[in-house]
Design a protein around this ligand. Structure first.
Ligand SMILES: *Cc1c(COP(=O)(O)O)cnc(C)c1O
Length: 348
């Protein structure tokens, strides 16, 4: 079944920017077509607009054909493009499940697209029936963040599948934290669900937030739409090179993940023992959501000692909570010491 009925009309009609370069690659030696500086700096030429070498490597790693992969300037670009491809301002809406990642709403707000919020249930799981009840023919995107930021849990795969089957629009599963999760992730579902989009990123487990590289896995039809709408050279040469280098050293990434998981367990154990900590939520991510007696007091105490965490205490369903990223061992030890000092101060 085509997804054309979900695509904005102007996007269907659009003639994308075309560069002549790709047509002649390997068949010519002198390129005087793009007004580049001819002197070699290593970066004087425009980068490959389809990042073919990088996609081939990612394809091998993920077991997904390159035609099913889009690379964006961070996942944030993929989120923004999805909003602009599928949502008609003032007519369509997207559905988010708060508490969740803030960019879904920001992208919708920029595009003047309404946001319907269907809160997670008390176990931080999607309320499938409530989501389907909120959905109609104007629902274009459903954002599922799993593992979810800031609640740190994964969504039950059965719920994701039911939504992928029954939601009338595009179902986006944001897997920014999937490498820290015990759960398998949704890439294997793509075959069965043509309206599913899976987002991943180089910003977390790969340690490359600074290069800005996000991935979207989807049907060829959705990927073709991404490619039609994206800026032609959205992934710089520098970024493509840095990502290729990282992919050559997969073992480093695996080591970081193991260290972070070890530190996450230590941090959870330590926090659970503090008298002012009410609850440490289970985590499938590289951060912990922690419910405490006096979130603002602790936050300020940490800031005064040079440690910044995220105050989520005024977010619905996260009342009283701080979100703490797992740091390097010495950073976590420093955090332990300062939190112990906070406890002592309180006793006095
Ligand atoms: C950190 C994060 C991302 C990463 O976004 P990039 O633009 O790829 O850096 C995406 N989604 C969620 C939920 C995140 O927390």
């Amino acid at each position: 079944m085509s997804i054309n009925h979900l695509v904005r009309e102007n996007i269907l009609r659009l003639t994308p920017y075309s560069s002549a370069r790709s047509e002649y690659e390997g068949r010519a030696e002198i390129f005087l077509d793009a007004n580049e500086n001819p002197f070699d700096t290593g970066y004087n030429r425009y980068p490959d607009p389809l990042q073919r070498e990088l996609k081939a490597k990612i394809s091998a790693l993920k077991g997904v054909a390159p035609e099913h992969i889009f690379l964006g300037n961070g996942s944030d670009e993929a989120i923004d493009l999805l909003t602009r491809i599928f949502c008609e301002p003032g007519v369509s809406h997207v559905i988010t499940l708060p508490p969740t990642y803030g960019m879904y709403r920001v992208s919708a707000d920029i595009a003047d697209v309404a946001v319907k919020e269907v809160p997670l249930d008390k176990n931080f799981q999607p309320d499938v029936e409530a989501i389907l009840a909120a959905a109609d023919s104007h629902s274009r995107l459903l954002f599922l963040c799993s593992p979810n930021n800031p609640t740190a849990n994964s969504f039950a795969l059965e719920k994701v599948k039911r939504l992928a089957e029954r939601f009338p629009g595009i179902v986006v599963v944001d897997e920014a934290y999937i490498d820290f999760s015990g759960q398998p992730g949704c890439i294997s579902l793509l075959r069965d669900y043509p309206r599913l989009v899976v987002l991943q990123t180089f910003s977390k487990a790969w340690g490359l937030a600074g290069i800005r590289l996000g991935l979207a896995f989807a049907s060829e039809e959705v990927i073709a739409l991404f490619n039609k709408v994206k800026p032609p050279y959205n992934i710089s040469q520098l970024t493509q090179e840095a990502a290729l280098k990282a992919l050559e050293n997969r073992q480093q990434q695996q080591e970081w993940i193991q260290q972070i998981l070890g530190q996450r367990a230590l941090l959870a154990q330590f926090l659970s023992g503090l008298p002012f900590v009410q609850h440490v939520y289970p985590s499938d991510a590289n951060f912990l959501l922690v419910k405490v007696d006096n979130p603002r007091g602790i936050y300020d105490f940490l800031v005064q000692r040079g440690i910044i965490v995220r105050d989520r205490s005024r977010v619905a369903l996260c009342e009283g909570c701080l979100r703490i990223t797992v740091g390097r061992p010495e950073e976590n030890e420093q955090l332990f010491r300062v939190l112990e000092a906070f406890g002592l101060k309180r006793e006095r």
